[in-house]
Design a binder for this molecule. Structure first.
Ligand SMILES: [Zn+2]
Length: 278
């Protein structure tokens, strides 16, 4: 199949009311796990990486592998760059060939988030690349100094103006989810999500999908979420497979972890309703 763009994949999801999974990869086993899961279910999928993962998987190693795997896949696959904070990384990402990128200005003041997101939109749109931005803040990630992001709920009253002034194509919202492993049971603010959905047309993105229940996923998709980011649940599945087979060789361990990550991905795609939508 030809390489897909996140914009076309999410437009279909929004039209037909299902969610599309986004999964970060740092090696071939993860890329293969995701794409085999999508092919098995005849489902669209989005794969990518993030600025924080660069020390594990530099763009020059991982992006060509993702793009080639996406082009060869028998399911629609888009390649997207997740949380990125620095202009330099964004420029490297454009050169590397991502079809869409996330600029995360949620650590900045509201005005600076607006200003920087708008400037980046003008640059990436000039290259035909889509832009995801975040309004409010999803907690759980830490910056270079070790400071953990706090949760700031997205204000529905600000969403339309934010998209209008920035020109962003996709909006990441904060409605009670958290990155990484949940410290307490999450309580999602679905009425807030529905208010945001009613205020804007852009596809909405849910970060912090690991640890949510199947009902949480169904409620957020019904409430207007089109893209769901999952990472922690996948790497935990891979790690569990390795721990269960401590005597496996390195190469056998890779295969076991890949199978486990594929199964974990299949489960998510089924719940998101994207199976059979390719
Ligand atoms: Zn995220």
């Amino acid at each position: 199949m030809a390489l897909y763009n996140m914009k076309e994949i999410l437009a279909d999801a929004q039209k037909r009311g299902y969610g599309v999974g986004f999964f970060n990869a740092v090696n071939l086993e993860m890329i293969r796990a995701y794409i085999e899961a999508a092919e098995e279910l005849d489902s669209p999928i989005i794969i990518g990486t993030a600025e924080a993962l660069l020390p594990i998987a530099p763009f020059e190693w991982i992006v060509p592998a993702m793009l080639e795997a996406a082009r060869r896949a028998k399911a629609p696959v888009a390649v997207h760059l997740d949380h990125t904070y620095h202009f330099k990384t964004l420029m490297q990402a454009l050169r590397a060939g991502f079809g869409s990128i996330m600029y995360d200005g949620s650590r900045e003041s509201h005005e600076n988030n607006l200003k920087h997101s708008a400037a980046i939109a003008r640059i990436v749109h000039g290259m035909g690349v889509g832009l995801e931005c975040e309004l409010g803040s999803v907690s759980g990630l830490t910056d270079e100094t070790g400071h953990e992001d706090e949760m700031v709920y997205t204000d529905p009253a600000e969403a339309a103006e934010f998209l209008e002034r920035t020109g962003a194509d996709f909006l990441a919202v904060s409605i009670g989810t958290q990155h990484g492993v949940y410290k307490a049971e999450p309580h999602l603010d679905i009425p807030r999500l529905k208010e945001i959905r009613a205020a804007v047309d852009a596809p909405l993105v849910l970060h912090g999908g690991s640890g949510l229940s199947d009902d949480d996923f169904r409620n957020t998709i019904d409430g207007g979420i089109a893209k769901i980011n999952v990472y922690t649940d996948i790497i935990l599945a891979g790690k569990r497979a390795l721990c269960e087979h401590p005597d496996a060789s390195y190469t056998d361990g890779l295969c076991l972890a890949r199978e486990a990550m594929k199964e974990a991905t299949v489960k998510k795609l089924r719940v998101f309703g994207s199976a059979g939508k390719a």
